[in-house]
Design a protein around this ligand. Structure first.
Ligand code: MSP
Length: 518
């Protein structure tokens, strides 16, 4: 990677027909963890999320609520979406709304450019459309006339629309994925995309004529741009697509584009791995480096969704387990790329064993012992070869896994180190050593080695659990001596002996309190 290229990650932009549920939060938390990890690698990072506000689905929801679509979007964005991301401690750098002028203007300019290049033509669309998916459907996508995803009847459209010559890019797309398999992951997702491409792809209708909630087609203002064509462009409009290279937008575009990772759920893979790169190819712009499709959170074996009344709001979980346990749980429990069922029992079990017992207790025991045996000060530097060498391996393993979006692998490598540190304390029995005044050095060594292990754990787990690790960092006295936890570099974590002897520890809040019986 060129040193001036920013690591640019996006989430899908979410429909504002309803409030966020944990499926949406799953994607955004994953993006937040990965971008925090890259920031701690010392890279320049840009993390974008936002909302998808046009189209029939949002328009109909607004009508059902007796407000204009714009008023509806404003309310949902300000009262539901933005507060939700703040609650989950999401550190996005920008938030794009597709109703913003900065987006609308750049979308129109982009479409005009494709028309001038000869990739847009007028035609008639006749066929099924699912408003839930906002998608022109193929016969194979339906089950007895109903959308397989939403289980609802589709509309039959017959409209004079504008079309994008999507089919012209099929050979180039196939070639692209053959040459760059990492551009679509996991492998199952790439196989699906290749099969779809090899099965033949038709041109895409990119406008709608029967309603007006959208961006007008610049040369035919009685039509609005198809919501997906509009929405996909957010990734580029937010960073200055098409702006003069000397302008601020143009410079931003040059330093961020192409996106390094588009995180998506597997339901919207084709839009991102077929339509989106074809649009970019048509405009002669670089295509994304990676589209990663994760699996679904299932409830009762089905994709959790608000429309099927299985949606769980993040707060239903965070009220009980806290925000950091929420951020931790889904990435730890479900291999990223596979579906996973949510269960309160499993979350409860992991919270208790991994967070409260393994991690939280290790930290509270250490602080209590330093207070009791060392007057609350970090003792002299000592190095346990077993712990310090394991840490070198753990950091390498965790880093390789995290940058490959294997969150489960990354977090479990870190938690294995946590287990080892617990094992070390149990084996060394510092409370027994403390009974013998002749063994003070030995006692101090054990406590220093444990403190250093916890220092490393705090830094490595910071991207996953930013608030809890901050509390721990302060109680270790590290804020005052080593500076901000977010500034600690992954590459330096395994350098043993960083906690300065003499720094004062304090008992902080309990990191993972015992859960109230429900
Ligand atoms: N607006 C489009 C995306 C446009 S991106 C240019 C859209 N929005 S959505 O709100 O319906 O859902 C977006 C994403 O939410 C999904 O792709 C997925 O990332 C996430 N999820 C929604 N339900 C989910 C689950 N049940 N499980 C996991 N992720 C889910 O599609």
């Amino acid at each position: 990677m060129a040193s001036d290229k920013t690591f640019y990650l996006t989430t899908p932009i979410y429909y504002v027909n309803d409030a966020p549920h944990i499926g949406h939060a799953y994607t955004t938390v994953a993006g937040d963890v990965l971008t925090r990890w890259h920031r701690q690698k010392g890279e320049s990072v840009w993390f974008l999320t936002g909302t998808d506000e046009h189209g029939e689905k949002v328009m109909n929801t607004a009508a059902q609520n007796n407000v204009t679509p714009q008023a509806w979007c404003d309310r949902l964005v300000e009262e539901a979406w933005k507060p939700n991301w703040k609650h989950l401690n999401i550190a996005n750098d920008d938030f794009i709304r597709t109703t913003e002028p900065r987006h609308e203007e750049r979308v129109q300019r982009f479409l005009q450019g494709l028309k001038e290049k000869g990739f847009i033509y007028e035609g008639k669309y006749e066929g099924p459309y699912c408003i839930g998916c906002e998608e022109f459907k193929l016969p194979g996508d339906l089950d007895e006339g109903k959308c397989k995803i939403h289980g609802r009847p589709v509309e039959m459209l017959s409209e004079n629309n504008w079309f994008f010559k999507l089919s012209a890019f099929v050979p180039q797309l196939i070639e692209h994925y053959k040459k760059n398999p990492q551009a679509c992951e996991p492998t199952s997702a790439r196989n699906e995309v290749m099969a779809f491409l090899e099965g033949g792809v038709s041109d895409l209708s990119i406008s709608r004529s029967t309603f007006d909630w959208g961006i007008p087609v610049p040369w035919a203002t009685d039509q609005v741009i198809y919501v997906w064509f509009d929405a996909l462009l957010n990734y580029a409009t937010a960073v200055g697509l098409g702006d003069d290279p000397a302008s601020e937008g143009g410079k931003k575009f040059a330093s961020t584009w192409p996106a390094d990772v588009h995180l998506v759920g597997k339901d919207i893979l084709r839009f991102h791995a077929v339509i989106w790169p074809a649009m970019l190819m048509a405009a002669e712009l670089p295509v994304p480096r990676k589209v990663f499709a994760h699996g679904w959170l299932l409830v009762g074996g089905e994709k959790m969704s608000k429309s099927k009344l299985t949606g769980i709001a993040p707060r239903d979980i965070t009220d009980h387990f806290g925000v950091d346990a929420f951020r931790y749980y889904f990435l730890r429990a479900i291999p990223f790329g596979s579906d996973g069922s949510f269960s309160w029992e499993d979350m409860n079990a992991r919270y208790t064993s991994e967070l409260a017992n393994d991690f939280g207790n290790l930290a509270s025991r250490l602080i209590a012992m330093i207070e009791k045996y060392c007057e609350g000060k970090i003792p002299a530097v000592a190095t346990d070869p077993g712990l310090s060498s394991m840490l070198v391996d753990v950091v390498a393993k965790a880093d390789a896994a995290m940058v490959a979006l294997d969150f489960q692998g990354g977090i479990s490598a870190i938690m294995d180190f946590c287990k080892r540190a617990n094992g070390y304390v149990t084996e060394q029995e510092p409370w027994a050593i403390a009974k013998d005044p002749e063994r003070t050095t030995e006692l101090n060594n054990v406590l220093y080695n444990t403190a250093e292990s916890i220092r490393a754990l705090a830094v490595l787990l910071h991207p996953v659990m930013p608030a809890t690790t901050q509390i721990l960092w302060e109680s270790l006295g590290a804020q005052a001596t080593l500076g901000d936890i977010a500034k600690q570099k992954i590459a330096d974590v395994a350098t043993w002996g960083q906690l300065p002897p003499g720094s004062v520890v304090t008992k902080g809040a309990v990191l993972f309190p015992r859960l109230e019986e429900k």
